[in-house]
Ligand binder design. Structure first.
Ligand code: IPE
Ligand code: IPE
Ligand code: MG
Length: 244
């Protein structure tokens, strides 16, 4: 059972914030520019938000960069995004390392090209001793896909006799998820005015607090981020219980 009084730390900030970075396309289109222009502007916002984390007490930041459904976009947009991810990793690696950021990627790597996967592996390794901020980038990530892949591996363990069906409980599945080493998000933010989660961290966000804000991702700032973190501290998390 969750101990409500110890989990609900009034006034404390979120330890783990997850962000659905949405609205790049609309931001570009409102300026008469191609959607990729918005993705470039969006990528530039990430560093400021990562750097704001330590002072705000945010130890874990998880950002949604590309979903398992985003392959439905035009070939031009998808190829542009993949190129952007490659350049972003190559360009930011040194700064991330020096800033004490530990980078991890979640999502299915199978569909990503080898060059990109190699860069992802390299960045994870390069930053593996860091612990100032844990930045997780969701790339080709879908919550349903993640749960399906986890279940497949769980079933393989059962079939191989490594796990007994009667031992499967709420603690079992998360060990097979891409996020197995991360705490659950305390706060999930979505920019751009859409109030949906679009297949992001389905299992992990069961008790997250949500903030849906109208700002388009390329206009997001450390000031807005600080405001959301502050608002979180005023919320009362009950986890199904009753506060004393
Ligand atoms: C979010 O911005 C970035 C990705 C999904 C890759 P969008 O590209 O979804 O921007 P909008 O929602 O069309 O404005
Ligand atoms: C969610 O945004 C995915 C990312 C931010 C990477 P989308 O723009 O793809 O979501 P929908 O299509 O509006 O639900
Ligand atoms: Mg969108």
């Amino acid at each position: 059972m969750t101990d409500v009084t110890s989990e609900q730390t009034a006034g404390a900030g979120p330890r783990h914030v997850a962000i659905i970075m949405d609205g790049n396309g609309r931001w570009a289109q409102s300026r008469g520019r191609p959607r990729l222009f918005g993705h470039h502007a969006g990528a530039k916002r990430v560093r400021e938000i990562v750097e704001a984390c330590p002072d705000l007490g945010v130890k874990y930041l998880t950002i949604f960069a590309f979903s398992t459904e985003n392959w439905k976009r035009t070939q031009v947009e998808v190829a542009g995004l993949m190129g952007l991810f490659r350049r972003y990793i190559a360009k930011e690696a040194r700064a991330l390392k020096d800033e004490g950021v530990r980078v991890r990627f979640i999502g299915d790597r199978v569909r990503l090209d080898d060059k990109l996967v190699a860069l992802m592996d390299e960045l994870e390794l390069l930053t593996s001793d860091n612990e100032r901020v844990h930045l997780t980038i969701a790339l080709n990530y879908g919550g349903r896909d993640e749960v399906s892949r986890a279940t497949k591996r769980l079933a393989q363990d059962v079939a191989a006799g490594r796990l007994k069906p009667e031992d499967v409980d709420e603690e079992t599945l998360p060990k097979y998820l891409d996020t197995c080493v991360l705490p659950d998000p305390d706060l999930v933010v979505r920019t751009s005015g859409e109030a949906r989660i679009s297949n992001f961290l389905l299992w992990q966000s069961a008790y997250a607090e949500y903030e849906f804000i109208d700002t388009l991702w390329p206009d997001f700032s450390s000031e807005i981020f600080a405001g959301l973190v502050h608002n979180y501290g005023r919320r009362e998390r009950r986890f199904g219980g009753v506060l004393a």
